[in-house]
Design a protein around this ligand. Sequence first.
Ligand SMILES: NC(=O)c1ccc[n+]([C@@H]2O[C@H](COP(=O)([O-])OP(=O)(O)OC[C@H]3O[C@@H](n4cnc5c(N)ncnc54)[C@H](O)[C@@H]3O)[C@@H](O)[C@H]2O)c1
Ligand SMILES: N[C@H](CO)Cc1c[nH]c[nH+]1
Ligand SMILES: [Zn+2]
Length: 432
Amino acid sequence: MKIRRFSTTDVDFDSNLKALLAFETAQDDSIDIVVADILKDVKKRGDAAVLEYTNRFDKTSASSLAELEISQAELTAALNGLPVDQREALKTAADRVRTYHEKQLMSSWSYTEADGTLLGQQVTSLDRVGLYVPGGKAAYPSSVLMNAIPAKVAGVKELIMVVPTPNGERNQLVLAAAAISGVDRVFCLGGAQAVGALAYGTETVPQVDKVVGPGNAYVAAAKRRVFGVVGIDMVAGPSEILVICDGKTNPDWVAMDLFSQAEHDELAQAILLSPDADFLDKVNASILKLVEGMPRKDIIRTSLTDRGALIQVRDLEEAAEICNYIAPEHLELSMDEPLAFSKTIKHAGAIFMGRNTCEALGDYCAGPNHVLPTSRTARFSSPLGVYDFQKRSSLIMVSAEGAQTLGKVAATLAYGEGLQAHARSAEYRLKS
Ligand SMILES: NC(=O)c1ccc[n+]([C@@H]2O[C@H](COP(=O)([O-])OP(=O)(O)OC[C@H]3O[C@@H](n4cnc5c(N)ncnc54)[C@H](O)[C@@H]3O)[C@@H](O)[C@H]2O)c1
Ligand SMILES: N[C@H](CO)Cc1c[nH]c[nH+]1
Ligand SMILES: [Zn+2]
């Protein structure tokens, strides 16, 4: 296993390094072609197509989609059947996630002008949302909490969750997490066919208003394609971690932090930036030593070999510049004074500060959401939050007096645009 090793003094960042790193993972054309066909078929044939793809990709043998729905009784039984430590850990995580997200609630507001005209914004929640919970290579009960709790806090009426169950195995922690979070319906579906079912609706799966949640490159491509028919939260594809380290953290800790995201997916991306060449050597040695003991070592090896990199930077300021280009899903600042340094970071899904703050704490229980933008979309997207499940309507109530002043302004501008009906509509309200 060989991880790419660069120094910015040898490989110029702008002209070479950007090209050397594989950033465009989730936009792979071959995946997009497969996904386009699946979505077209789901739209045309509904349940029958979803069932066929599910049986093929998840190696199940269901004869109807109804068979793939999990009842509320089964969700509750899963929760009650968990070992106490697991049930308590789920509840602690759920409480912390809820407390954090309650701070994000947007509320309605309005103000009244001197002439009595009222202007404002009315906030409402979405009616029905689809929550994608990944489940191909690993089960993600934590993603159930991260998807469902903000939706509940926002006041969404109906939560429809999909999760693939390879070989028909229903993960009890995932089911328990759905019970704790108050999910209304759960279907054992995954990949592009699950996203299509939620977006277009089928005989069995209800159509939703928005599809949220992370997934592999097939899920990310499907979400991109259904956007417009339904809303989507962001592109949350294969996981990424960028560690910036001053060279003073235990190299084993940093190696394991890189593994923590690499073990998600062969397409995950784990990169370390440090000005200290000896430290990079030590982390490299730690990686080679520690990988042998990892149950998911094959995935880690592929991810680190294909997409990982150890990069020697001139200084930490250059590391910040490179980070802002990469716009990683997760950024660890493993250094002295990380809070001050964080001010130089513009683009990252979540920033983990200090040597004790491993990214894994954020994945499970710190409180902020772990559904985060990937593939450089942190340049313009934010973590999943309550705001993704709320929307705003503008409020305008013009007084009789306001209609006089605003009417003249509007009519003048409307005539300027050549729009007679607009102008006259405003003028009808003018007192002669
Ligand atoms: N960004 C985030 O917030 C976040 C959070 C958790 C997990 N993740 C990422 O989610 C992903 C989970 O991936 P996963 O694979 O374990 O589960 P998944 O649920 O995303 O994908 C499984 C589904 O992919 C589809 N699929 C697999 N191979 C296919 C093929 N050849 N053709 C068509 N469809 C195919 C199948 O339908 C299958 O059900 C990982 O990449 C992980 O890094 C991201
Ligand atoms: N790191 C993932 C987001 O990229 C979230 C997760 C869930 N479980 C473990 N990790
Ligand atoms: Zn993770």
